[in-house]
Design a protein around this ligand. Structure first.
Ligand SMILES: *[C@@H]1O[C@H](CO)[C@@H](O)[C@H](O)[C@H]1NC(C)=O
Ligand SMILES: *[C@@H]1O[C@H](CO)[C@@H](O)[C@H](O)[C@H]1NC(C)=O
Ligand SMILES: *[C@@H]1O[C@H](CO)[C@@H](O)[C@H](O)[C@H]1NC(C)=O
Ligand SMILES: *[C@@H]1O[C@H](CO)[C@@H](O)[C@H](O)[C@H]1NC(C)=O
Ligand SMILES: *[C@@H]1O[C@H](CO)[C@@H](O)[C@H](O)[C@H]1NC(C)=O
Ligand SMILES: *[C@@H]1O[C@H](CO)[C@@H](O)[C@H](O)[C@H]1NC(C)=O
Ligand SMILES: *[C@@H]1O[C@H](CO)[C@@H](O)[C@H](O)[C@H]1NC(C)=O
Ligand SMILES: *[C@@H]1O[C@H](CO)[C@@H](O)[C@H](O)[C@H]1NC(C)=O
Ligand SMILES: *[C@@H]1O[C@H](CO)[C@@H](O)[C@H](O)[C@H]1NC(C)=O
Ligand SMILES: *[C@@H]1O[C@H](CO)[C@@H](O)[C@H](O)[C@H]1NC(C)=O
Ligand SMILES: *[C@@H]1O[C@H](CO)[C@@H](O)[C@H](O)[C@H]1NC(C)=O
Length: 860
């Protein structure tokens, strides 16, 4: 049976810590219906345990746990979207898993900043900690830090992306939930799927209140999106002239709070009735009158976090003297502000140091969490400049002496641009001494002694103020005999031990190495895939480099915009007087775009195929970067499906033909290129159509060559378009051809159904969920794009649908290869055109669509 991760498709990350990967992972938690899976892939350390008995009736996700007897800090690393807002939930239950009966106390950190201390002495029955946070980088580190004798542990971890224009706070930090209540005498907690963001709402009521309620729908659609059910009831003070008052005591007098009060008028007001009230927060009037809308949410909030007088917090709604009705309140959220004074280490340096750790397969227990901060948890072998907490720390020294390093000196070292000292001595490093070390401005001490390096010392390293030790590298050539004809003579300030005095003398007469060949933008070319199939021509022979002035001329000063691409605008142009082209101009603001630009030039110059958009030329001149492609007059497939830009609706048989052509393009990338390529951004907007509606794949900006047939070795930063993104790739960061197959499946579903890939307003928000839900109805006409007016063979439509769903299988191993997809599409086309359809699908067992209704989150 196929297991699905519908929640991953919505971007949910739901981890049951300590669940062994083979122990029914994933499973559907009840009553929420959220799928939980093992945390194994998100953390490298810790041991697994299980609570003893379950007298409190905890949910399944709390029954297993991960504990950390080794290391001070152990961290989960989760892929997130920088700048997005997330609900983070972490569950902790001790449950005497170790039989010691001692309640642990430890800290929970987010990156370098303390979030909360987990103290089981105070929370004997465990605790679920809830935060709102906006990550400042694309990876989130949630760390458990040992603070005393006891061992940190965790039972569950949840991450829910939400709109980023909600719960605004201007200061840097995080909001810790203090309480989130809806005002009702019911006893039911509201949670997912009632709350699309999986926040939990507890019912609450005071004796001096009266409940009002409605059976009508209440519009909950402001940015906060509380559950509709939380708004259908409200509290009013029983004494109509008394205030509606909620008070609490701050755990610490310095605690800062902010609130979000959700109100909606749910009573049917008579003509002579009015409801108007003001909001008093800690004795100060925040709003003279709150706008209460009929059956529609309005949210009043404190603009910035505030302390309460003497730790006594008070929230009051008081009716104005114009009002005939008492104040009302439907739901209230109160958060405690947690300041994050410490900036995270510079993101590119974190990437670089992780890259270095991966290159040498270093597994140091202490190399977790932020490399530099907090200072007491700094990674072994590093030193950092952290003079100012508000600026990102920088790595100033890297000492991997005697660390068993093998292989060549890692290129990622050059990204540590503030590095002053580098000690790689006493390892088993081979290869040459890289030139880049000489170009690192701050680097003044390099110790490479005691390795197995060869070649000679690059000229760039022979400069004043650089202390370089290379003794004990028997194959390193320090005399001039091994050198090409010298140009200049230089003294090399090399520090060497007395034992290698002879070498020192040799070194003193060291000569310059031949200057390295001038590098060009296309320097990377030789690393790129060598195409092996016969129908390949090398486009770069024909392609032309243009000046920027020529680009302006051909586009008539960038006059006609065709669209917006991955990294800049696309303009229409003409070359040689008649040949139409599309000119993609890199927007200068986008630094990420520059890398993508280079990747795309490199790839397109090498790869040529009739089903891939070909490159006519390029422009690289100072700040000006542009790509000139062949022009495809019929725009992209997305436009034809949506009918936007006055594009015509294309019929079923042409859709199948387009799908086949796009599949051929992908198959070529996957198996026609050596090493194989993954496109990484397959979507309808990247399938372009020529005048005869022949399809070609475009936008290779995200493509990467990768080695080997299976999965790539180094996890790459997750890229692609949300909705088309392979959930397995999203989870694991491991990229393979099957990720393109997933995206292709989504494209195919779009072509069949013309449904949005993501529909935020629907419970079945992802297109695979929508289709899965519809399939249960068994009516193909309900599924296929109504614009086709039932003008298609039902069997070919079913076959295409099954193919699409198997491509979009959450498990990559169950997806077909592109070659199988092509075979199946060809049969669909024959079936459609000749009306002779047999029911033989490929690998019929795996190809069957999973009809298990549990795939679809059900309303309770
Ligand atoms: C899970 O796999 C491990 C090792 O493969 C095995 O020891 C363990 O018994 C398995 N657990 C279950 C519940 O099957
Ligand atoms: C812990 O749970 C037990 C059993 O449900 C209950 O009796 C006890 O009051 C709880 N303790 C706290 C501090 O909540
Ligand atoms: C919200 O997120 C989007 C996409 O990540 C980003 O473009 C936008 O600037 C963000 N807005 C805010 C207020 O952070
Ligand atoms: C949050 O900030 C964004 C951008 O500054 C703004 O558009 C949005 O309305 C704000 N949201 C709230 C709830 O204040
Ligand atoms: C109702 O509230 C008002 C204002 O707080 C107070 O003066 C009045 O005594 C209250 N009435 C009763 C019956 O409690
Ligand atoms: C409003 O009018 C109704 C009759 O239409 C009356 O019963 C009620 O007492 C009035 N309420 C107020 C506050 O005047
Ligand atoms: C309402 O009360 C305020 C004082 O609380 C007073 O200044 C104002 O004049 C009153 N308005 C009306 C319409 O009675
Ligand atoms: C550390 O960084 C600060 C800027 O954040 C800089 O002013 C200072 O000179 C640096 N100190 C060292 C020792 O590099
Ligand atoms: C690197 O660490 C080793 C011990 O691990 C120490 O002997 C050596 O002096 C350090 N190197 C530098 C440059 O500090
Ligand atoms: C060093 O690397 C070489 C080549 O990879 C290997 O043959 C040798 O055994 C290694 N030496 C040590 C001490 O690891
Ligand atoms: C370089 O490292 C070796 C081995 O760790 C050590 O003996 C030597 O003193 C170091 N050289 C310098 C200049 O620190």
């Amino acid at each position: 049976m196929v297991k699905c991760f519908p929640c991953l498709l919505t971007g949910f990350i739901s981890l049951d810590s300590g669940l062994s990967a083979n122990e029914s992972s994933p499973y559907k938690e009840s009553p929420s219906g959220v799928w939980y899976s093992s945390d194994k892939e998100f953390i490298q350390s810790g041991k697994t345990g299980r609570i003893r008995g379950n007298p409190n009736g905890f949910l399944k996700k709390y029954l297993t746990l991960r504990y950390f007897p080794e290391g001070i800090r152990n961290c989960y690393i989760l892929s997130v979207e920088k700048g997005r807002k997330y609900v983070i939930g972490a569950g902790f239950v001790y449950g005497n898993y170790d039989g010691l009966g001692i309640n642990p106390v430890f800290d929970l950190y987010l990156g370098p900043n303390l979030l909360v201390t987990i103290d089981f002495e105070k929370k004997v029955n465990g605790t679920y900690e809830n935060f709102l946070h906006t990550p400042t980088s694309n990876s989130l580190q949630i760390c458990l830090v040992k603070t005393g004798e006891t061992t940190p542990l965790i039972n569950s971890l949840d991450l829910r992306p939400m709109r980023n224009d909600t719960y605004n706070i201007t200061k840097s930090g995080s909001l810790k939930l203090f309480f989130r209540r809806y005002f009702s005498q019911r006893k039911i907690d509201l949670q997912y799927p009632d709350d699309v963001n999986d926040r939990i709402w507890n019912p609450y009521f005071q004796t001096d209140w009266t409940q009002i309620s409605t059976t009508l729908e209440v519009d909950n659609s402001n940015v906060f999106l509380p559950p509709k059910d939380a708004l259908k009831q409200a509290a009013t003070p029983t004494n109509a002239s008394a205030p509606l008052k909620i008070e609490w005591t701050a755990p610490n007098p310095d605690d800062q709070f902010c609130f979000y009060a959700h109100v909606a008028e749910i009573q049917d007001l008579q003509a002579n009735e009015t409801r108007e009230f003001s909001l008093i927060w800690n004795g100060k009037q925040m709003a003279r009158s709150i706008d209460v809308r009929k059956l529609m949410i309005n949210t009043a909030s404190s603009r910035s976090p505030q302390t309460c007088h003497g730790g006594k917090c008070s929230f009051q709604l008081i009716r104005t003297n114009r009002s005939t009705l008492p104040p009302l309140l439907n739901a209230l959220e109160v958060y405690r502000f947690i300041q994050f004074p410490q900036s995270e280490t510079d993101e590119s340096e974190v990437d670089a140091i992780k890259d270095i750790a991966a290159t040498y397969a270093l597994s140091k227990i202490n190399w977790q969490g932020d490399p530099c901060v907090p200072q007491q948890l700094r990674w072994d072998g590093l030193n950092c400049n952290n003079t100012d907490m508000s600026t990102p720390p920088r790595i100033t020294s890297l000492n991997l002496s005697s660390s068993g390093l093998a292989g060549t000196i890692a290129a990622a070292i050059q990204s540590l641009t503030k590095l002053e000292k580098l000690d790689l001595s006493n390892n088993n490093l081979t290869g040459g001494v890289p030139e880049f070390l000489g170009y690192m401005e701050s680097l003044s001490v390099i110790n490479l002694s005691g390795n197995n390096l060869n070649g000679s010392i690059p000229q760039a390293l022979q400069k004043k103020g650089l202390e370089l030790s290379v003794d004990g590298n028997p194959r390193l050539c320090l005399s001039d005999s091994c050198r090409k004809p010298p140009k200049k003579k230089f003294l090399v300030p090399i520090v060497a031990s007395v034992a290698s005095a002879a070498i020192l003398i040799a070194v003193l007469i060291l000569f310059l190495v031949l200057r390295k060949k001038k590098s060009t933008i296309l320097q990377g070319l030789h690393l790129l895939p060598r195409s092996s199939t016969v129908n390949v021509t090398f486009a770069n022979k024909k392609s032309k480099r243009f000046r920027y002035s020529e680009v302006l001329l051909m586009t008539n000063n960038l006059q006609r915009v065709l669209g917006k691409g991955g990294f800049g605008m696309v303009y229409h142009g003409t070359v040689n007087g008649s040949e139409q082209v599309a000119v993609k101009v890199l927007s200068k603001s986008s630094s990420q775009g520059y890398k993508e630009f280079k990747a795309e030039v490199d790839l397109l110059l090498r790869v040529h195929h009739t089903k891939l958009v070909s490159l006519v030329g390029y422009c690289y001149e100072g700040d000006h970067l542009a790509l000139i492609y062949e022009f495809l007059p019929n725009g992209d497939l997305r436009q034809h499906l949506s009918g936007k830009g006055s594009r015509s609706v294309i019929n079923w048989s042409i859709r199948l033909q387009i799908a086949l052509e796009a599949a051929l393009g992908l198959e070529y990338l996957h198996i026609g290129c050596k090493p194989p390529m993954v496109h990484r951004d397959v979507k309808t907007a990247n399938i372009l159509l020529d005048e005869n509606f022949k399809a070609k794949l475009a936008d290779f900006g995200l493509s990467r060559a990768f080695q080997g047939g299976g999965e790539s070795q180094n996890p790459t930063a997750v890229a692609g378009t949300f909705g088309y993104l392979d959930p397995e790739y999203y989870r694991t960061n491991r990229l393979a051809e099957k990720s393109d197959v997933y995206s292709f499946g989504i494209v195919l579903l779009e072509m069949i159904t013309n449904q949005p890939v993501i529909n935020q307003t629907s419970e079945n928000c992802h297109i695979t969920q929508w289709v899965g839900f519809q399939i249960n109805g068994g009516d193909i006409f309900e599924i296929v794009d109504p614009n086709l007016r039932k003008d298609y063979d039902i069997n070919s439509a079913w076959r295409a649908l099954e193919l699409a769903m198997s491509c979009a299988n959450p498990s990559s191993s169950k997806r077909p290869s592109m070659s199988q997809v092509i075979q199946e599409l060809k049969e669909c086309i024959v079936c459609e055109n000749l009306g002779i359809c047999n029911n033989r699908g490929l690998e019929s067992e795996d190809m069957n669509v999973d009809l298990d209704t549990s795939v679809v989150p059900m309303a309770r």
